[in-house]
Design a protein around this ligand. Sequence first.
Ligand code: DGL
Length: 270
Amino acid sequence: MAVGIFDSGLGGLTVLDAVSKRLPEMPFVYFGDNAHAPYGVRDAQDVYELTTSAVERMWAEGCDLIILACNTASAAALRRMQESWIPPEKRVLGVFVPLIEALTERQWGDNSPPREVAVQHVALFATPATVSSRAFQRELAFRAIGVDVEAQACGGVVDAIEDGDLILAEALVRSHVDALKRKMPNPEAAVLGCTHYPLMEEIFSKALGPDVKVFSQANLVADSLADYLERHPVMAGPGQKSMFLTTGDPATVSNRATQFLRRKIEFEAA
Ligand code: DGL
């Protein structure tokens, strides 16, 4: 049994960390497309081609179920993949659905018709590609009625985090929160819709103020994956080995990943 976790780069390690803690016996194959990151400024066709090729690579490692930890890939490529590309015996799942199920207080996998929910004003922080896809609003509309979503494309934040410039990242987060609040002064909930933003969660929370509930993905994805595998145990594929694959330079990516997760991580060439 093994499950694949895909991200454009290192940000998905926040999800990998949470799923490995939640499912300690499960081998995970992590694929970071570092050579082509960031995805957040690419067009949908580009994101689709890169994501499908990474997914094929993880299938080859015996992962029948792949989680797209990358919000940009979930937003810009997943629907097209599910409609016409994924064979019936494989699954590729994204990160928006668990988040929206938590936001709308649904059970995992509850596909009943949309209904009124407690939150009515939601701030979405994400990459430019995720925001322009409107995938979050589309998935939300399947589950909830009357929720107003204001999206803020957080240009520059991912690059600043990847470059290790946390002072710049913090300043950018504050200015993106200010910009959002000018459009929606009193959101009840905020969604951190990008793999990298959990690293800035405290800054988002402080800038948003104590009345805003902040939804961050890693633990929600872990809980919903555990529940999914309980319902569909056969989807844990035949792979046996945990591994870290990258399209970038394995030595450089391993160093960054080790700093990121504060434990030794060794990537190999994809
Ligand atoms: N992993 C991407 C996401 O969650 C952020 C990094 C990128 O732009 O590639 O949207």
